[in-house]
Design a binder for this molecule. Structure first.
Ligand SMILES: *Cc1c(COP(=O)(O)O)cnc(C)c1O
Length: 375
């Protein structure tokens, strides 16, 4: 079946900046310097300014950004094996992998039923004597309720690590994703809102000591050539990808504006009673600024039929995500656990086409096809 409306056209997205990307690539090739050079420092500075944080540390990917931050806190004596980290049960598996990779214990909690983000009440109810950190995920591009989460963290002396992999530029009261927690992990996977042309990630933080530790851990544990403070890893954001990201960061806000325009058309246009729209601006104390629409996720009890209906009309959709972490084979000890809301979400969600290069006419067409579903 040929899809006339693709879920996300990455080729077209990057094609808009092709000349600049090619020029940046040539600049790196001709520089003769390919790892840990000016392109990386420049991108780190630019992303620092963009997020409003003091530091940005480029790493190889988004998973490493989370893994290495928790690892750094262990090196700094702020976390130890067996400590509990509260995380939403409906997150992408990477958030959970980062916790278990560090011999920490994920405490899965049901999300807020409307926003599908971490629910502050459930966080409170899950705190034990072993809780040391909270890992909120800004799922689908919307900031979690960070004011409430930070208040809880402060009250209980907990670290906060944001998973901002889907939320570059999302903000509440002008304070952006990446500048709420003690640290924040970003992914620049090609399909993310700020995407490289390969793998890349970064950590943002305002903590000097953490930043210094992370700079060493990503580079074999070395803060100074041939001296190793930690048993570190090799997790670097290379010069070519840093150069690609510097080009694309300039256009991020423009792309976000386009994503919001698409979301608004879906919000205003979809009126099929079988479909639940994502949290709307007016339903929440949060504002439209808090959402950068990485994904436009609707819910439908008859999700698979809806997906087939759209496919039959040439509209490509995806499911984020079909299986929650606790039901994965990778975590057999959790398979019998019950998270009814999380499980219902995984059975009901469907992500509609949305991207920087999507034509608004295709959004209107998708709306028409959705509104015909079930009639
Ligand atoms: C993409 C993603 C990650 C991991 O990023 P990679 O760069 O693919 O390693 C982590 N958390 C969330 C929520 C993500 O969407």
């Amino acid at each position: 079946m040929s899809m006339t409306i693709p879920f996300l056209d990455l080729k077209a997205t990057n094609h808009s900046y092709r000349d600049e990307l090619v020029a940046a690539c040539a600049r790196v090739i001709d520089s003769g310097w390919y790892i840990a050079g000016n392109e990386l420092s420049q991108f780190e500075n630019e992303f620092t300014q963009y997020c409003g944080t003091k530091h940005c540390i480029g790493v190889a990917n988004g998973l490493d950004a989370l893994v290495l931050t928790l690892r750094a806190w262990k090196e700094l004596g702020k976390l130890k094996d067996g400590d509990e980290v509260i995380v939403p049960a409906n997150t992408y598996i990477a958030s959970v992998l980062a916790i278990t990779e560090n011999n920490l214990v994920p405490v899965l909690v049901e999300p807020d039923a409307t926003s599908l983000n971490l629910c502050p009440q459930n966080v409170k109810a899950s705190i034990t004597a072993k809780t040391r950190a909270i890992l909120p995920v800004h799922l689908y591009g919307q900031l979690a309720d960070m004011p409430a989460i930070l208040a809880i963290a402060q009250q209980h002396g907990l670290l906060v690590l944001e998973d901002s992999a889907q939320a570059h530029g999302a903000s509440i009261d002008g304070r952006k994703a990446g500048n709420w927690g003690d640290a924040s992990g970003f992914s620049f996977y090609p399909g993310k809102n700020l995407g490289a042309l390969g793998d890349a990630g970064a950590i943002t933080t305002n903590d000097d000591e953490l930043a210094q530790t992370l700079r060493a851990i990503r580079n074999y544990g070395s803060h100074e050539k041939y001296k190793n403070l930690y048993q570190g890893v090799n997790s670097r954001l290379d010069e070519i990808q840093a150069a690609m990201l510097s080009v694309k960061l300039k256009y991020l806000d423009e792309q976000t504006a386009h994503r919001r325009q698409i979301a608004q058309i879906y919000m205003n246009g979809i009126n099929n009673p079988l479909i639940t729209l994502p949290l709307s601006v007016n339903d929440s104390p949060l504002t439209f600024e808090s959402h950068v629409w990485h994904l436009f996720v609707v819910r439908c009890k008859n999700r698979d039929a809806l997906q087939k209906h759209l496919a039959d009309h040439g509209v490509q959709t995806l499911i984020h995500y079909p299986i929650p972490p606790h039901k994965q084979q990778a975590y057999p000890a959790w398979n019998a656990l019950s998270f009814p809301l999380t499980e219902a979400i995984h059975q009901q969600v469907l992500s509609l086409p949305l991207g920087p290069a999507m034509a608004l006419a295709d959004v209107e067409e998708t709306v028409r096809i959705i509104n015909k579903f079930g009639t």
